[in-house]
Design a protein around this ligand. Structure first.
Ligand code: ADP
Ligand code: ZN
Length: 620
C-alpha cells in the first residue's frame, strides 16, 4: 500500500475546528443535525452511541474527531470486504488511513503496524477478531501509554445483538476496550433503530454512561410502495422498467429463488447478478465488486447482502418476498438513496408469503418466548402491507417517531378506497366454518364465487349454502379480503395443514355482526401516465439535470469512470452524481470556483480539478 500524504492545502487551511475540517477536507458547507454535537462530545473525550439512518452521515462523526484528537482513531468494522473501499475513500480526501484484516499479506500488515506505531495514521480500520488478538491489544496499550489513541469507533454496533441476523460473536468481547483503555473515548454507531437492539448495545458494550444521539429515522427521499402479488415476475419486470439502467437490489427469501430470479432477469436483458451465502467467497466478492464499481447493476440477493454497502446511488430496493419484520425491512430498504436523491422501495407480497413465514415460526425449535416475539413482528409487517394510511407514518411510528402523512408513498399518492367489508368477511368466515376450517384461501374463494372446479366437486362444496354467494366480487378482491383478515388477526393460516384458514376469537364479533369492518379496496391497475417517465439512459438522477446540461453531465460521468478505473476505486469515491450535477449546472471557470462545489475538498480539487476544468472547457 502506498503511504498517503496529507495534501498541501492551497487556500487558508482551517484544520483546527470541526467545521473547518468539514469544509476543507470534505468540501461540505455545514453539518447535518446532530453531527456537530456528536463530534464536540467525542472530541471532549465522551463516549457516544449514535443511532442514525443509513445515509445520515455517521462516518464524519468519528472521522473528524480522529483528526482533532491526538493519535490514531481505531475503527472496528465487521465489513472486511469493504475496508479497502472505505480506506480508499479516505485517501482520496487526503487523510492518512489504512486497514488491518486477514486479507493482508504479512509484509503489508507489518508495514501498517509500523505506521501505526510511528503515529503516521489518522485512522486505522480493523476487523474485530484482529483487534482482540493478544498481540494487537498489547500494541494498542503501548500506543495508549504514549497518548497515541484518539478514539475507538465501533461501527455496525448492532452486530452485538444475538437476536439480529448480523450477529458477530466477537463484538460481545469489545467490552474489553472500556476495561483496558478507560481514557480513550468510544463511539458506537448503528442504523438499526429499535429499542431492544439499542438496549442490548448499551449493556453488551458497557455504554451505560455514553451519551445517546438518536436521529430521526425518516428517509424522505425514499418512496414506499406495496403491491399485492399476482404475477410476481411480470410485476417485477414492470417495476424494473421504471428503473432502467439504474443500480438496485432485489431481495428474495431463498437462495434458490435468488439464483432463478437472477438468471431470468439476465435472460430478459437486465444486468443482474446473484448474491447469497451459499455461493463461494470468490464469486460473492466478484459480484459485490461489480455492483459497487459499475453503473446500473441489479443485485438479486438474500439478506446476506447489503450491510455496509455504502454505494450512494442505489436507486431502488425491491422485495419479492415478505420480510420477517419491519426492522429488517427498514434496514434493507434503507440501502436505497443514500445520496439523498429520489429512490424507491417496492414490495410485492401475497397470502402464500404469510402462510410460509407463519409456518416457519411455528415449526422452529426456538423457545416459546422467541416465537411469540417473531410472530408479533410479522404481524406488524402485515399491518404495514395492508395499511390504508401513510406507509411512512406506520414505519416511523414503529420506531417510536410521530409524523404526518408524507406525500411520498403509494397510499399518500393514490389513496386507496375503503369499503364496508363486514358482509364479505362474514361470507368468508361462514365458508371456512362450513368446510371444517380445513381449506386454504383458494378453495374458499372458489366456493364463494361459485366456481365449479374439480376440487369443489370432489368435496361436494357446490352443495353448500355459501356456494356462489360472493360472486359479485372478483378473485383479486377476495384475495385482498383474506389478506386483510389475516393481517387484522381475524383469520389465522394453520401451518400444520397447508395454510388452512381458521377463525380466531377476534373474528366472533364480526361474524355476529357486532362490528363493522372497513377494508381497503385493491387499487386499480396503475395507468401508464401515473408512472414516472424516464428520459435519458442514465435514469432518475440524470432526470434531475437540466436538458441543456445533460451532455456535459454525461461527459463528466465518463471522465469519472476513466479516473475510477485508473485508480482502481468505485466511481462514487471520486465524485458523487450530485457533485457532478452541480458542476454541470454551475460550470465553474476556475479552480477557486470549482472548490465551492459541495463535495469538493482540497485534496479532490488538487487531484481532479484539472481534469474537470478540461471537460468544462471542451464543452463551452
Ligand atoms: P452513513 O454511514 O450514516 O450511512 P455516510 O457517513 O456514508 O452515512 O454519509 C452519507 C453521505 O452523506 C456521504 O456521501 C457523506 O459524504 C455525506 N455527508 C455526510 N455529512 C454531510 C454534510 N454535513 N453535508 C453534506 N454531505 C454530507
Ligand atoms: Zn405517505
Amino acid at each position: 500500500m502506498t503511504r498517503p500524504q496529507r495534501p498541501t492545502p492551497r487556500a487558508v487551511p482551517e484544520m483546527s475546528s470541526a467545521l473547518g475540517i468539514l469544509q476543507t477536507v470534505f468540501g461540505f458547507d455545514a453539518f447535518h443535525e446532530p453531527q456537530a454535537e456528536i463530534i464536540d462530545h467525542v472530541v471532549g473525550g465522551g463516549d457516544a452511541l449514535v443511532l442514525m439512518p443509513t445515509g445520515g452521515g455517521k462516518s464524519v462523526c468519528y472521522q473528524i474527531p480522529a483528526l482533532l484528537r491526538p493519535g490514531t482513531a481505531v475503527v472496528v468494522s465487521p465489513l472486511i470486504a469493504l475496508m479497502q473501499d472505505q480506506v480508499d475513500a479516505l485517501l482520496e480526501l487526503g487523510l492518512r488511513a489504512a486497514f488491518l484484516n486477514s486479507s493482508l499479506d504479512a509484509a503489508t500488515a507489518r508495514d501498517v503496524t509500523r505506521q501505526l506505531l510511528a503515529g503516521e495514521l489518522d485512522l486505522l480500520y480493523v476487523a474485530p477478531e484482529r483487534l482482540l488478538m493478544t498481540s494487537f491489544l498489547a500494541l494498542l496499550e503501548r500506543l495508549d501509554a504514549a497518548d497515541g489513541l484518539a478514539l475507538f469507533a465501533i461501527d455496525e454496533a448492532h452486530c452485538v445483538s444475538q437476536w439480529g441476523h448480523d450477529f458477530r460473536p466477537e463484538y460481545i468481547q469489545l467490552s474489553i476496550l472500556h476495561e483496558r483503555f478507560p481514557r480513550v473515548p468510544r463511539i458506537a454507531l448503528t442504523a438499526t433503530a429499535d429499542a431492544v437492539t439499542r438496549a442490548e448495545i448499551v449493556t453488551k458494550l458497557g455504554l451505560e454512561d455514553a451519551r445517546q444521539f438518536v436521529s430521526s429515522f425518516d428517509r424522505p427521499n425514499i418512496r414506499y410502495r406495496v403491491v399485492a402479488k399476482d404475477n410476481p415476475r411480470a410485476q417485477l419486470k414492470e417495476f424494473l422498467a421504471e428503473h432502467a439502467l439504474e443500480a438496485g437490489i432485489v431481495y428474495c427469501l431463498s437462495r434458490r429463488k435468488v439464483d432463478e430470479t437472477a438468471a431470468w432477469l439476465r435472460s430478459e436483458g437486465v444486468d443482474a447478478l446473484a448474491y447469497h451465502a451459499g455461493m463461494d467467497a470468490a464469486a460473492r466478492r466478484a459480484h459485490q465488486s461489480r455492483f459497487i464499481r459499475e453503473d446500473g447493476v441489479v443485485m438479486v440477493a438474500t439478506i446476506a447482502f447489503g450491510m455496509g454497502i455504502d454505494k450512494p446511488d442505489v436507486r431502488f430496493v425491491a422485495h419479492l418476498d415478505l420480510p420477517k419484520s419491519l426492522e429488517g425491512y427498514y434496514q434493507e430498504t434503507g440501502r436505497a438513496g443514500r445520496d439523498g436523491e429520489p429512490a424507491e422501495a417496492w414490495l410485492a407480497y401475497g397470502l402464500a408469503d404469510v402462510v410460509l413465514l407463519k409456518s416457519w415460526i411455528e415449526k422452529s425449535d426456538a423457545p416459546v418466548e422467541q416465537k411469540r416475539v417473531e410472530s408479533i413482528k410479522l404481524d406488524a409487517m402485515l399491518g404495514y402491507c395492508e395499511a390504508a394510511r401513510c406507509r411512512r407514518v406506520i414505519l416511523l411510528d414503529y420506531f417510536g417517531e410521530r409524523s404526518g402523512a408524507c406525500g411520498n408513498c403509494d397510499t399518500c399518492l393514490e389513496p386507496p378506497q375503503t369499503w364496508d367489508g363486514s358482509t364479505a368477511a362474514q361470507m368468508l368466515f361462514s365458508a371456512a366454518l362450513r368446510t371444517g376450517q380445513r381449506f386454504g384461501a383458494g378453495q374458499l374463494i372458489d366456493i364463494l364465487r361459485g366456481k365449479e372446479t374439480d376440487k369443489v366437486h370432489q368435496y361436494g362444496h357446490d352443495t353448500l349454502p355459501t356456494f356462489g354467494v360472493g360472486s359479485e366480487h372478483d378473485d383479486a378482491t377476495w384475495r385482498g379480503v383474506v389478506r386483510q383478515l389475516v393481517a387484522l388477526g381475524l383469520l389465522r393460516p394453520d401451518p400444520e395443514s397447508y395454510g388452512a384458514l381458521k377463525l380466531t376469537d377476534a373474528a366472533r364479533p364480526v361474524l355476529r355482526g357486532e362490528t363493522r369492518l372497513e377494508l381497503r379496496r385493491a387499487p386499480p391497475k396503475r395507468s401508464k401516465t401515473a408512472k414516472r417517465s424516464r428520459g435519458r439512459a442514465s435514469g432518475a438522477t440524470a432526470d434531475l439535470v437540466a436538458p441543456a446540461d445533460a451532455d456535459l453531465f454525461e461527459a463528466l460521468r465518463a471522465m469519472r469512470k476513466g479516473l475510477a478505473e485508473a485508480g482502481g476505486v468505485p466511481p462514487y469515491v471520486i465524485f458523487h452524481d450530485a457533485t457532478l450535477r452541480e458542476i454541470a449546472r454551475l460550470k465553474p471557470g476556475s479552480e477557486d470556483e470549482l472548490g465551492q462545489v459541495s463535495g469538493i475538498g482540497v485534496a479532490k480539487l488538487a487531484r481532479y480539478g484539472g481534469a474537470v476544468l478540461e471537460v468544462l472547457r471542451e464543452h463551452l
